[in-house]
Design a protein around this ligand. Structure first.
Ligand SMILES: [Zn+2]
Ligand SMILES: [Zn+2]
Length: 311
């Protein structure tokens, strides 16, 4: 993009190559290193509590398992699905913003705009994910009972699929420049690692401007009054606007999701499928009875009609 100044271009290169690296995997590794260091800090702060440390590392281990399963097992599937969605979207020829529209818009305008739009999509995706029928997919993210920065990566591949599809469609409709998108996503993912850390920071007067660890910790609280609250990742103002903001103070209630396996990778990967199976198992006999009753009714009617014709 020509409009990026040499300074921002340089900053981007530094971000990419030195600090974060060029891809998701190295961003993940840097975040992991910070989280491991922070976990040891927590261990000493808790008077060398070994049970706590073991649980933390077990949780981080399961999250790494998720990242591996998602990266090697389903990344191609998610990628192909989004490619097809993009191709389908393009072939529909829907009216959209032309990418040239952004050519003269400076990065300091497009960047906050991207984060704002992303988070708006996030908010509604997330709200959807907290509805009963999608909850078994999203429950995986809520399965951890101790927060740590890695929790942000604990996401089922079906959830990544829904999220990616909505981003691809929304962002291709807006035609936003790829370079700015890259920086925006970088900021978003680092901020997500930060809000999942085991900290009680609330950002004081800026608490509505930028999501804090305390704000997101309440999202992970397993108490009825906090369920489905604090759904935005970056801008709590969306929660204020749409009536889901909930931060009554320090969050020291229990975290997690009742009934969801806590740190069992295989069970967690299968959890949404098991929930679907259980649901069908319950619903099928009812559906079958309804259909067979309906069909016998239709046959009765046909027989009656035939008899009428004969008489
Ligand atoms: Zn959630
Ligand atoms: Zn979370």
């Amino acid at each position: 993009m020509e409009t990026i100044s040499p300074f921002l271009d340089g900053l981007k290169t530094i971000c990419w190559n030195l600090f974060i690296g060029a891809n998701y995997e190295s961003a993940f590794l840097y975040a992991l290193a910070i989280v491991v260091l922070f976990t040891f800090y927590g261990f000493y702060k808790r008077g060398r509590n070994r049970a706590w440390l073991n649980k933390q590392f077990k949780g981080i281990g399961v999250t790494i398992f998720f990242v591996l399963v998602n990266s090697f097992g389903f990344a191609l599937f998610v990628y192909m699905a989004t490619e097809y969605a993009q191709a389908g979207y393009n072939s529909l020829g829907l009216p959209h913003v032309s990418p040239t529209f952004w050519a003269d818009v400076p990065l300091w305008v497009t960047l906050p705009l991207i984060v704002l739009i992303y988070d708006f999509a996030n908010y509604w995706n997330h709200r959807l994910m907290h509805m009963d029928w999608l909850w078994p997919v999203h429950a995986i993210h809520h399965s951890e009972t101790e927060m740590n920065g890695m929790t942000t990566y604990r996401v089922h591949f079906l959830e990544s699929l829904v999220m990616n599809l909505s981003y691809v469609l929304l962002l291709s409709w807006l035609g936003l420049p790829k370079e700015a998108l890259g920086i925006g996503v970088l900021f978003l993912s680092l901020h997500n690692v930060y809000t999942h850390m085991d900290l009680d920071w609330d950002h004081g007067p800026f608490r509505y401007l930028l999501a804090s660890p305390r704000f997101h910790r309440w999202h992970h609280a397993d108490v009825p009054e906090a369920h489905g609250k604090n759904l935005s990742n970056i801008f709590p103002i969306y929660d204020v606007l749409f009536g889901t903001y909930y931060v009554p103070g320090t969050c020291d209630v229990k975290l997690g999701a009742t009934g969801v396996p806590e740190n069992d990778g295989a069970k967690l990967v299968l959890y949404p499928f098991k929930a679907l199976y259980d649901y069908l198992y319950k619903v099928m006999p009812v559906l079958w009875r309804f259909l067979s009753n309906g069909m016998s009714h239709v046959f009765d009617e046909i027989l009656r009609f035939k008899k009428l014709l004969r008489d």
